[in-house]
Design a protein around this ligand. Structure first.
Ligand SMILES: [Zn+2]
Length: 205
């Protein structure tokens, strides 16, 4: 009988339709002579259908605009305390990332893109390993980390060195969705597939 949902039984020319909620059907067979044999037909419940559906949180790629976790950055990573200037005492709390498996854009020529909080550095270094393993010959690229020039929106965590903008080297925007997922796997506090040309990540203070 397997897992088929039996709706009727046929005995000789007789077709007996089972009630919808029937689960156990007593059957009595009358044999030639005087003996009878009683049987019980058990109708299996219909199999539970598993709906194939990729859960957004566990999918192998982030979709454009997706945030993980799906909350505002200020909730996931915490709002900015105070932008850090090079002349501030707080500047000494930032570390320089010289990981050779990461390409830094450094378009400012000041190495500001290499400056970040120790927490952000740990996660970028972890992500660099994942990127290298995922795509032979491709490296993680950081286009922005700490920003001392006010290039981001007010309140941006880039000003505290807690955020980074990511692509790959060589540049391949088709990899960004997967890069976003790898960033989630690396353990950033917030990952945002912000637009078609970069993924933004940030860390708690
Ligand atoms: Zn950013």
């Amino acid at each position: 009988m397997g897992s088929e949902n039996i709706t009727a039984v046929r005995i000789g020319k007789e077709r007996v339709v089972l009630e919808e909620d029937t689960t156990v059907v007593p059957i009595e067979l009358e044999l030639a002579g005087s003996s009878t044999v009683e049987l019980t037909l058990t109708v299996a419940a219909p199999p539970v259908m598993e709906v194939a559906q990729a859960p957004a949180v566990g999918a192998s790629r982030l979709t454009l605009g997706q945030k993980v976790p799906a909350k505002p950055e200020g909730v996931a990573s915490g709002a900015i305390f105070k932008p850090i200037k090079r002349t501030d005492a707080a500047f000494a709390t930032l570390v320089r990332n010289d990981n050779s498996d990461i390409v830094f854009k450094n378009e400012e020529g000041t190495s500001a893109d290499r400056m970040m909080t120790p927490k952000l550095k740990v996660k970028l270094d972890a992500l660099a390993v994942l990127v290298k393993a995922e795509w032979a010959g491709t490296k993680l690229r950081v286009t922005e980390a700490w920003d001392e020039q006010g290039e981001h929106a007010a309140g941006s965590l880039h000003y505290e060195g807690r955020a980074a903008d990511l692509t790959t080297a060589p540049l391949d925007n088709a990899k960004l969705g997967r890069l976003g997922r790898l960033a989630v796997d690396a353990g950033f506090d917030w990952v945002f597939y912000e637009n078609a040309v970069h993924v933004h990540v940030s860390m708690k203070k």
